[in-house]
Write a protein of this length. Structure first.
Length: 259
């Protein structure tokens, strides 16, 4: 950490130095226009276009370093945060939605659980949130009562996230980084849907494509028609297009979003 102590003019951002999260973290930073070159055998890289230093650490250590204030921000698994017992020392900024692992369930011997059904309704820490979420979602439906489900009781799945120290050295810059990364994540999850619809169909169309905040509605030269632009989830775009066709939408186009 001696070199880190000489970088007081830079915000320190920790990423896993190797392993399953490393390449995805690097791609995420590149997408956020955080440009750096890592020299061989060095675990610190200076960002060229921002006053930031990237610190490469074992994923298991990142939560501890952020929690203790040795680095300002970092990307790690939520399981690492709980393991490091620094929940109250860091701010969880953003769920990044990546990280894969085998779905293997482990439980403390002292907890008394001997089968997976006994974990329903509790907190599950994993890096593979999609598969684990689907698996435990089915168990929730099967084993939780209707009253429990209506009360919001469900198995909680946790995974890789962006975290920040409670007292970052440069709060403004850390907020800028977080905003850029949010943009990259949104670009990965959403597409821009563009279509024309009659004015009479606007209300129904905007129910189908409400957008993340609100759709953009622009008048056309034909006063009876408008153009609507809206961000929609990549996973749902085909079904949404079908619904728009059914209500009379025309010229439906899908555009990839770049951050």
């Amino acid at each position: 950490m001696d070199l880190i102590n000489n970088l007081s003019d830079r915000l320190l951002f920790a990423v896993p130095k190797k392993g399953r999260l490393h390449e995805q973290c690097i791609a995420l930073l590149r997408g956020a226009d955080i440009n750096f070159h890592r020299h061989n055998r060095l675990d610190i890289a200076l960002v060229q276009n921002l006053p930031i230093a990237i610190v490469f650490l074992p994923a298991a250590d990142i939560a501890k370093y952020v929690g203790e204030g040795n680095v300002d921000m970092g990307i790690t698994g939520q399981d690492m945060i709980f393991e490091s017992q620094v929940n109250d020392k860091i701010d969880e900024i953003l769920e990044l939605g990546f990280g894969k692992c085998k779905l293997q369930v482990q439980a403390p011997v002292k907890g008394g659980a001997t089968k997976v059904e006994e974990l329903v309704g509790k907190r599950i820490v994993t890096s593979f949130e999609a598969l684990a979420g689907k698996y435990f979602g089915e168990l929730d439906e099967k084993y939780l009562s209707e009253k429990e489900r209506k009360a919001g009781c469900k198995t909680r799945i946790q995974y890789a996230i962006l975290i920040r120290s409670k007292n970052p050295s440069n709060p403004s810059l850390s907020s800028k980084i977080a905003a850029r990364i949010k943009g990259v994540i949104a670009a990965q999850k959403y597409v821009l849907l563009n279509y024309n619809i009659s004015r009479a169909g606007i209300k129904e169309a905007t129910k189908i494509t409400p957008g993340r905040q609100a759709p953009t509605i622009s008048p056309l030269e034909d006063g009876e028609w408008v153009e609507i632009q809206s961000m929609v989830s990549k996973d749902e775009v085909a079904e949404i297009m079908d619904k728009l066709e059914e209500i009379g939408a025309k010229d439906i186009l899908v555009f990839r979003i770049d951050n």
